[in-house]
Design a protein around this ligand. Structure first.
Ligand SMILES: [Zn+2]
Length: 351
């Protein structure tokens, strides 16, 4: 068993081993309390794989790497592996649970984002991805205002799905599914009265939607849409979210995941250096479970895969952190994984 100590500045190797063990376990088995996540197992896989990458510990799943890649591909909706192929259904399903015989079997943009990101992190060449079908499918998820719905049967559109579609387009290096002018307008119209971004135009600012908006603009190379005045008030809104860790909205308790959502938003607008890095890191470390590993939403809560990953990526934004791999804020994967993606893009260009 790892040495258990309350000294948060103890051996970083213990921190890495403990959390790598937790994330590896998340790939194998989850407690019954997480059963509601069964239909979105790909998200758990992404949190675990990308978390292990940031911990520079992908070696702990090296023996399973190929079988994990094959499992991810088994969730891709192809004409050969779904009974219900049709308009907009391409992409990745979240779990074998909602598999090929289910009448609602279809791709979900959030799951496709998690699948593609995970494949890139694992060093896959994306040769088995049906890029054309996914991009054509995205066009069926697009609404007239430039926003996107997660699956073709749903009407729920917001900034999260804009971000997923921007990421998918970036990874596949094909922006033809995005009506740039309309999507940029949707994002900019969601810059709201209290100077952050809401999930949709007219809604209250939120740390998660602020990240999704800025990351989408960054991936589209459209951050210059923000005026100097907007940038200044947005920086202020984000900085005011820090108590010790970060909150998602005013008057909420700090929550580990916002160390990434708000921290990365500040990184994207070159204002991360203005936060109190030490207080943020201490908050995240206080949410650790020193027995099982993993990070929780709040101190003294039970850890979960999402907050473990976003706590790690929140810490990895710190340029002076020397025991985690650095994270590329707009894609929420390591800079090392982005290098692999850049190589794929140049190989595609030259082929
Ligand atoms: Zn949270």
């Amino acid at each position: 068993m790892d040495v258990i100590t309350n000294d948060r500045n103890n051996d970083h190797q213990v921190f890495i081993r403990r959390n790598a063990k937790y994330l590896r376990r998340c790939l194998q088995v989850l407690p019954s309390s997480h059963s509601s996540l069964d239909i979105s197992r790909l998200t758990i896989a992404f949190f675990a794989i990308s978390g292990l990458d940031l911990l520079n510990s992908l070696d702990v799943i090296e023996d399973d790497r190929q079988s994990i890649i094959d499992w991810i591909y088994s969730l891709q909706i192809l004409t050969t592996n779904s009974k219900h192929i049709g308009t907009g259904r391409h992409g990745f399903r979240g779990s074998p649970t909602n598999g090929r015989d289910h009448p609602y079997d279809c791709g979900n943009v959030a799951m496709t984002y998690c699948a593609l990101s995970s494949l890139v992190i694992l060093g896959d060449d994306l040769k088995r991805v049906d890029k054309e079908a996914i991009i054509n499918g995205l066009k069926d998820h697009r609404l007239s205002d430039g926003s996107f719905v997660p699956v073709v049967f749903e009407k729920e559109n917001d900034m999260r799905f804009v971000y997923c579609c921007a990421t998918i387009s970036y990874i596949l290096n094909d922006w033809s599914a995005i009506d740039r002018q309309k999507t940029v307008s949707f994002i900019m119209n969601s810059f709201t009265y209290d100077c952050g971004f809401g999930q949709c135009p007219g809604l209250e600012s939120h740390g998660g939607s602020t990240y999704c908006a800025l990351a989408s603009l960054s991936l589209m190379d459209e951050l210059s849409q923000l005026s100097a005045k907007q940038l200044s008030s947005l920086t202020r809104w984000c900085l005011f979210r820090q108590a010790n860790g970060f909150q998602g909205r005013p008057n909420k308790d700090p929550d580990t995941c916002y160390s990434f959502w708000v921290g990365a938003a500040l990184k994207l607008i070159d204002a991360y250096h203005l936060i109190n890095i030490k207080q943020n890191e201490n908050f995240i470390l206080d949410t650790q479970d020193l027995v099982t590993g993993g990070l929780a939403k709040y101190p003294d809560n039970t850890p979960d895969p999402m907050h473990t990953y976003l706590g790690l990526s929140g810490m990895a934004l710190n340029p002076t952190n020397n025991y985690l791999l650095s994270v590329y804020a707009a894609l929420n994967i390591s800079d090392r994984a982005v290098q692999h993606l850049n190589k794929l893009h140049s190989d595609w260009k030259n082929s």
